[in-house]
Design a protein around this ligand. Sequence first.
Ligand code: SF4
Length: 246
Amino acid sequence: MTDRLKVATMPDGSAEIFRSLQGEGPKAGQPSIFLRLSECNLECRWCDTPYTWRWTRDQVHDDDRVYEKKEWQAELSLDEVEKKIRDLPGSRLIVTGGEPLLFHKRLVPLFAALNDRFTAFEFETNGTIEPTAGIDEFTTLYVVSPKLANAGMYVSKTITSALHGFVRNPKSVFKFVVNGQADIDEVANIAASYDISPDRIWIMPCARTPKDLSRLSKQLAASILGAGFNYSHRIHVDLFGDAQGT
Ligand code: SF4
């Protein structure tokens, strides 16, 4: 496989391909292998992986830090990526980012090569790019996270026609990052507009520290329950402090 993938890197320069417990969404707690791709088509002001896309100060983000692309991104061949994944134990692969569906066509031969061992291929996506049939054939779950107004962008950029395709696809669930009641109301409006049933929706606190996670989860729990949505914790924040590679 000669195609190359832009993979996010760890501070020591190694590719961010690692094994951990899934921390969020409907599969939280399951041991999984993560492949974090670099680059994103959005700029969420609270993004917890700005090192995958914030290359210039023109891109808005709550943190002040700008990342040097050549230090935080590595181009690996598909063969190299496959080897690093195979070196880890397990049968669930989660492709995350950044926005991993920017590269969905290049991932088809990788998924095909890994299909002998892997029983689950999942994407964590912002829901603005609809996958083609080639990658959908292998994918077992899309955790689609459309961005709300709290991300700081125009809705025309964050909610696109691709969302209709994800809603039609029974392999999709929807995860929203929220800060308070107004955000939950916004989710309810999106759910009504796009005909997403509440049991396909996970509400996750916008929190990067155990303290904020605890405070916000308690604050939101009753509203989540009242709306019939699911709650998503962020296990990795409690266990590992949101450290990279976890
Ligand atoms: S879509 Fe995801 S990776 Fe991209 S900027 Fe937003 S939170 Fe970060």
